[in-house]
Design a protein around this ligand. Structure first.
Ligand SMILES: [Zn+2]
Ligand SMILES: [Zn+2]
Length: 251
């Protein structure tokens, strides 16, 4: 039955989530090739927060030890971040289609892109639990789905990486109305995330990957990492589909 559905699916044209041309995959070959050339894992990025590092005119990395100035000045609670591409252009539009126009097919399209572009950098990972960034119950009711979970459930994960969709919870706040100022945001985020009780023991001493659709200032992911570490999680990585380009990050 599954094979039959796959066969039928391959015969029905679908539109590329980036250029909208009709063909058989969620992203057409041309867009995929273009993206693989621009993929962030080909550029030197801060190992900690995935921000692109500054390159001097001589082609040298001008920041220290593979970390951006910001992470050197104040080390985040998370240990590592990986991002597929920049939050701009057609990819930014694709995320907006998913989040604000409820085009759920874009979740699978973005996951398929992740599966194609990130296979190599993620091949040798140690065992870990994958936790999508949650929405509050109120926000979930408004939107109808959590975009991070919808993308995460279509990721091709090896057996030693386990998706835990409901371990991390979020209380409601009016964060979107709070100014983008880093300090204000950090304060507003305080106490927003918590663990479901019965997961606390299971995650202590483990490695955790937090999965988010977009990383901008990194404040949300930093707050989550703070909560995870305070419960004894030993290593926190972030997997982020899109990373806001350097000039737009509030530094
Ligand atoms: Zn395309
Ligand atoms: Zn950094």
């Amino acid at each position: 039955m599954k094979n039959l559905l796959r066969l039928i699916g391959s015969l029905i044209p679908t539109s590329c989530i980036l250029c909208n041309r009709y063909q058989t995959e969620t992203t057409c070959g041309q867009c995929l090739q273009q993206l693989s050339q621009q993929s962030l894992n080909k550029n030197p990025c801060c190992t900690c927060c995935a921000l692109e590092l500054l390159i001097t005119a001589e082609g040298k990395i001008s920041e220290h030890d593979q970390r951006c100035d910001q992470c050197v000045a104040k080390l985040p609670y998370f240990d590592l971040s990986l991002s597929m591409a920049r939050y701009e252009g057609l990819l930014k539009t694709a995320v907006h289609q998913l989040k604000y126009h409820r085009r759920l097919a874009y979740a699978m399209g973005l996951a398929n892109l992740w599966n194609s572009l990130m296979k190599k950098p993620l091949a040798q990972l140690p065992p870990a639990y994958l936790l999508p960034v949650p929405l509050s119950r109120q926000k979930l009711r408004e939107r109808g789905f959590n975009q991070c979970l919808e993308i995460a459930r279509h990721l091709t994960l090896p057996n030693h990486l386990k998706l835990l969709p409901h371990a991390l919870r979020r209380r409601h706040s009016n964060l979107s109305q709070i100014s983008a100022n880093r300090k204000d945001r950090q304060q507003a985020l305080n106490g927003l995330f918590y663990f479901e009780r019965h997961y606390i023991e299971r995650l202590a001493g483990q490695s955790v990957i937090v999965f988010d659709d977009v990383m901008t200032t990194g404040s949300t992911l930093n707050e989550i990492a703070k909560v995870l570490k305070s419960h004894g999680v030993s290593h926190v990585s972030n997997w982020v589909v899109l990373r806001t380009p350097r000039q737009l990050v509030d530094v």
